[in-house]
Design a protein around this ligand. Sequence first.
Ligand SMILES: [Zn+2]
Length: 437
Amino acid sequence: MRHLIIGIEELVHLDDGTNGAIVGENMKNRENLISKGNGILIEDNIITKIAPEEDLIEEFLPNFKKFDFDNNYIVKVIRNDNIKITHTGGNSVIPGLVDSHTHLIWSGDRSNELSMRMKGMSYKEISNSGGGIKYTVDQTRNSTAEFLFSQGKSRMKEALRNGTTAMEAKSGYGLSVESELLLTSVMNDLSIEKGLPSIDITWMGAHDFPEKKDKNDYIDEIINEQLPEIIEQGFARSCDVFCEPGWFSIEDTESIIDAAKVFGLSTRLHIDEFTDGSGAELAAEKSVETADHALFTSLEGRELLRKSNVNQGFLPTAPFTMGLDRWPPIEYCIENEMPWTIASDFNPNCRVLSLPSVASICVQRIGIDPLSVLCATTRNAANTVIHNTEIKHGMIKEGYLANMNVVNGDKWEGWCLQLGTSPFCATIIEGETVKHI
Ligand SMILES: [Zn+2]
């Protein structure tokens, strides 16, 4: 089925003729990354032509009647014989957003811990009183696959309403062979649901240590029991480790990711969230796909990451929800041509599924240019998140997957200036238009 997208004010396609991550001043280059007057032809789920709108209308809609679109509306979808038309109503269009770091599947509500933290209780005290990650692990282990699936589905719908068309999601709230396998299985079931974002599945048995288990015994279980079973199951593409002093040490992390690599898993890491624990040095040495958080990483560590072409995955909602007044040095990364992304870090303590809200922190709090933040949330994020169709995504470009968002306004910058509600009036996901209003 052919599908024509017309009526676009500004098309933020992000295609400057190069592939992969975009870095440095190129992230801010409006002339190369934005066009006007173009329409888009989609065939099935692929963008097959981007050309001046009048040329596409002449070629594919010879009987086009302009009055069909003369009324006031926001987005209109009509079917015309063998072609579908989405008129975006003079709004701007940006690529589908890619959430490159989520802990999507867990159960248990820990909202009560905020008031404990505000009273001055430490993470350890909260944990000792029955809260913290141990609580989430208990609740998750006691949940059925059906319950976890339905919760995951409602979270994915919310992400889609906020423009996410693909996401990475980690296990890590099971911390046992059986429970970790259940989480990756639920994620796989969700990923193949039609009309929802695709999921790139990461196994993260090394998220924390389970209660009443010796640390070394658990690392042994991860490598010799969980990993072979995860490989046998075949759903996870990557392995992730919480590499941070007090959790998995540099040596622990190295042994886990080395073992995962032997089985052909891709690797990604949580590093330097609370302190500079030399995680960046390890991430660079092992050439992991992305080193996430990277909040306390030294400038020397960042330079090593750049030299190894390792992405820095910033998660500004983590310091935001913890009340920290510390932000990643994003402008420094732009000046030094380092690849970077931003993501939601959705988890029980950070209930953010809206990438436009994360972007708003970057733009309105950290002072980063909206176009750079958009590159980080689409094109660069897609460089670390494989779509389950295995078709390229993250840009509006011929041959790419037809994933894009219609901003509710004729100025594309509106995508990252709206907190609390979705800035999009529609999302086109794998070629299908989903209206949000
Ligand atoms: Zn995380």
